[in-house]
Design a protein around this ligand. Structure first.
Ligand code: NAI
Length: 346
């Protein structure tokens, strides 16, 4: 039986992978995150299953390659934590490009509604029998302008949700989808005209810190930022300064640029080392959730199913529709990738 090492496993991962595994794979579950040190746990395996905060850098890939790992199956859509250049022609990388855009888009709206209507504060207040409304004023979303950065699967679902609220939607995407009824504008216009800005694009060298000290200056003073995409799209220190100086009105963050050692774990009782995060967490107009946008039963079921199917296709020498490589990444030089002609990147 083909042995697979699954890293950064939580109980819900094991539950769904065990349900979807048809007996073809022997999955060894590890709670450890995958990195150059823990890669050894994959000894004897032919594949690994990895997740968003695993560190799949040059050293990790080299270690996995030496162990004879043939394929890395990402159980997520994002892939900014992989050194694709190093993996090329050594280890195939497959992913789950879409498992429930609704899960993430609905979470983005949940963050916005909670933040705007101060549900997080009201919840704590009423539990203490404090029924005061002081400081709880929000604004109607109806007729407000929302700027959506990235109009892929999640962005488009989010746009539909926003339209359901009667909002005016502006969008920016490197590759606009003109087949849809979406009003595309420049990033500068989006930042300066939006009452709410929601990020739904991947983290790349180009998109890193797209919200920074300079772009924050373009925004309205009462603008709210929602990020369910990747933490490093925002320069957190610059965000903190803008919030403290009351140059923007709030932030709902499901992701944080330094999240990898903290998120998904219970760190209660430890002394926080990240001052920026500590200050952000303490602000009344900031809500942080720990990368839980994907966390619905539907998404977990789809993630496990597609990951198992990706592995099955790999070991049955079938085309890998969900493979990505150094050459076919967005912005990569596609002609060098053999996927379209031969069904596999290399
Ligand atoms: P997608 O690939 O369907 O759409 C991404 C869109 O962003 C594409 O239209 C692309 O052209 C655009 N884009 C790429 N670079 C850009 C740039 N520099 N500026 C503006 N637009 C750019 O991806 P999908 O499924 O919609 O996911 C979006 C992101 O959501 C993922 O990259 C991932 O980081 C994040 N995500 C977060 C989850 C969570 O649990 N919080 C779960 C799943 C995804």
């Amino acid at each position: 039986m083909i042995k697979v090492a699954c890293f950064d496993t939580k109980s819900y991962d094991k539950e769904w992978f065990d349900r979807k595994n048809n007996g073809e794979f022997q999955i060894k579950y590890y709670e450890n995150k995958l990195n150059a040190d823990t890669a050894k746990l994959a000894h004897g395996c032919q594949a690994v299953i990895a997740f968003v905060n695993d560190s799949i850098d040059k050293e990790t890939i080299e270690e996995l390659y030496q162990l004879g790992i043939k394929v890395i199956a990402m159980r997520c859509a994002g892939y900014n934590n992989i050194d694709f250049k190093e993996a090329y022609q050594k280890i195939a990388v497959v992913r789950v490009p879409g498992y429930s855009p609704h899960a993430v888009a609905e979470h983005a709206m949940a963050l916005l509604l909670c933040l705007n209507r101060k549900i997080h504060r009201a919840y704590i207040r009423t539990r203490d029998y404090n029924f005061s409304l002081k400081g709880l004023i929000g604004f109607d979303l109806y007729k407000k302008t929302i700027g959506v950065v990235g109009t892929g699967k999640i962005g488009q679902v989010f746009i539909d949700i926003c339209k359901g609220f009667g909002m005016r939607v502006l969008a920016y995407d490197l590759y606009p989808d003109h087949s849809k009824d979406i009003e595309y504008v420049s990033l500068e216009t989006l930042f300066s005209e939006s009452d709410v800005i929601s990020l739904h694009c991947p983290l790349t060298e180009e998109s890193k810190h797209m919200i920074n000290a300079e772009t924050l200056k373009l925004m309205k003073q009462d603008a709210v930022i929602i990020n369910t995409s990747r933490g490093a799209l925002i320069d957190s220190e610059a965000l903190l300064v803008a919030l403290k100086e009351e140059r923007i009105a709030g932030a709902g963050l499901d992701v944080y640029e330094e999240e990898s050692d903290l998120f998904f774990e219970d760190n209660s009782g430890t002394i926080p080392k990240d001052d920026v995060l500590s200050l952000l967490v303490g602000l009344p107009n900031v809500i942080i959730t720990s990368h839980q946008g994907f966390l619905t039963n539907e998404a977990l079921s789809n993630i496990a199913e597609t990951t198992i199917e990706n592995l099955r296709a790999y070991f049955h020498d079938e085309s890998l529709i969900n493979e990505i490589c150094y050459f076919c990444l967005p912005g990569g030089t596609n002609p060098n990738c053999r996927k379209q002609k031969e069904g596999r990147c290399f």
